[in-house]
Design a binder for this molecule. Sequence first.
Ligand SMILES: NC(=O)c1ccc[n+]([C@@H]2O[C@H](COP(=O)([O-])OP(=O)(O)OC[C@H]3O[C@@H](n4cnc5c(N)ncnc54)[C@H](O)[C@@H]3O)[C@@H](O)[C@H]2O)c1
Length: 256
Amino acid sequence: MERFDNRRVLITGAGSGIGRATVHRILSEGGTVVGADVNEAGLAETAEQASERGAAERLTTLRIDVSDESSVRAGVASAVETLGGLDALVNAAGILRSAHTRQVSLDEWNRIIGVNLTGTFLMIRESLPALLESAHGVIVNFTSTSAFFAHPYMSAYAASKGGIMSMTHALAAEYAKQGLRVVAVAPGSISSDMTDGRGPGLPADADMSLFMKLAPAIGQGFASPDTVAGVVAMLASDDGAFITGTEVRIDGGTHA
Ligand SMILES: NC(=O)c1ccc[n+]([C@@H]2O[C@H](COP(=O)([O-])OP(=O)(O)OC[C@H]3O[C@@H](n4cnc5c(N)ncnc54)[C@H](O)[C@@H]3O)[C@@H](O)[C@H]2O)c1
């Protein structure tokens, strides 16, 4: 008996990094998954990897732009129909843009809030009816260590992640009596497209001394997305049955 046998899971950000690692982790524990992302090439790679692991028949990939209301409406409806219901929603989709705050345009601010915070809200709102039908309903959101601790050049990102954390607490209280749990993970120092230089990096003239204290205390540097996927799986499974309205920090002791 696996933890996710007969569990139906919708995961955003499934085309890369932590979302992809979570897809593989939940498939490996018997779950049936719809993996959603705006990046279709990334989704194809995730599906290819699932096929190599012999789990292709339990994974469906789907293009959803979480910042677009009509895309989320259609995508969640399609996912719920494919899965025949929904037990868990994992909101891993997100973007990081770093800049001097005095140079952040309103469009850029709105884009970061739109994907990270509003995207998480839209996915939750559209998934709630199906999640409330489940006997095991759970939402796992992605906040960040930047929501709690000072991370320079990331004020919009940090604000979006702080909003996700606050929303997680409010939702947990609102739906607890209906049996729905709402939790968050707060990763930090995890190696992915977002952090390893493949995305837009820090400003060229960034003061690197501000990052001196932002290093993991354990391990050899940034950790694998698998280290977060295992915690997400615990929280989304019945092992997390008494956990709601809180977040788990996964940062190798960067902020210990
Ligand atoms: N890597 C870290 O150290 C770290 C730290 C704190 C929080 N996080 C959070 O973890 C989550 C996963 O990030 P990651 O590190 O795996 O980064 P990543 O860039 O590898 O993955 C993010 C995924 O989200 C997708 N995405 C972006 N915009 C989207 C949209 N509008 N609609 C649908 N999908 C969209 C991207 O295509 C990508 O596949 C994010 O929410 C991120 O903010 C990561």
